[in-house]
Design a protein around this ligand. Structure first.
Ligand code: G3P
Length: 214
């Protein structure tokens, strides 16, 4: 499974990159708004640090605006993936960008039917937001299971990018289902490696080693 970091913060991206497990980055307008530099400048910097795909989101809701923004974003670097909202106009933009060999990430996916349509349109990635479904008492992971089954039925090439991840269990459950990618905040990446028994065991090994040297 590939690991993406869900942030526009360059320091956090560099930290994850230095851990040796980072495969890509996802950003969105809300994450970009937390940073001081303009969105496109941040994206250019991120693309210098990360070799893998970097999702950059359009804010237009009409086809023409999405295409204009998509072309501008794609020019920033070769590894930019244009993030398009999953609405009817978005499907049209995904289809055209796909025909132009520009990669797309269909975002704000909350249902199997949306996932089916974006795959038919040629999206490179589908981003179901599981944490936001959990927030409204709906099992986000059940959506992942359904989309994986649908994509396997028809051998769609669209990669499953599990988004809105809030905790390590989300990552483990997505891995058990065979999801291609999880995107998560740095805090979740850090939680994945931590275990109190590891810390207790390590402390004891170091203490015993010191005793043995006396
Ligand atoms: O990148 C989009 C997604 O991961 C958003 O997550 O936590 O705002 O629901 P969240």
């Amino acid at each position: 499974m590939k690991f993406f970091i869900d942030t526009a913060n360059l320091d956090q991206i560099k930290t994850a990159e230095s851990m040796g497990i980072l495969d890509g980055v996802t950003t969105n307008p809300s994450l970009a708004a937390r940073e001081s530099a303009p969105y496109r400048e941040i994206l250019a910097e991120i693309c210098k640090v990360v070799n893998g795909p970097v999702s950059a989101e359009v804010i237009s809701t009409e086809y023409d605006g999405m295409m204009k923004e998509g072309h501008e974003l794609a020019k920033i670097a070769d590894n930019i993936v244009v993030k398009i909202p999953t609405i009817a106009e978005g499907l049209k933009a995904i289809k055209t960008l796909h025909s132009e060999n520009i990669k797309t990430n269909a975002t704000l996916v909350f249902s199997p039917s949306q996932a089916l349509l974006v795959a038919k349109a040629g999206a490179s990635y589908v981003s179901p937001f599981i944490g936001r479904l959990d927030d409204v008492s709906t099992h986000g992971m059940e959506l992942i299971e359904k989309i994986i089954a649908i994509y396997q039925n028809y051998q769609f090439a669209t990669e499953m990018l599990v988004a809105s991840i809030r905790n390590p269990i989300h990552v483990v459950d997505a891995a058990l289902l065979g999801a291609d990618i999880c995107t998560m905040p740095l805090s979740v990446i850090e939680m994945l490696v931590k275990h109190p028994l590891t810390d207790i065991g390590l402390e004891k090994f170091i203490a015993d080693y010191k005793k043995a040297q006396k």
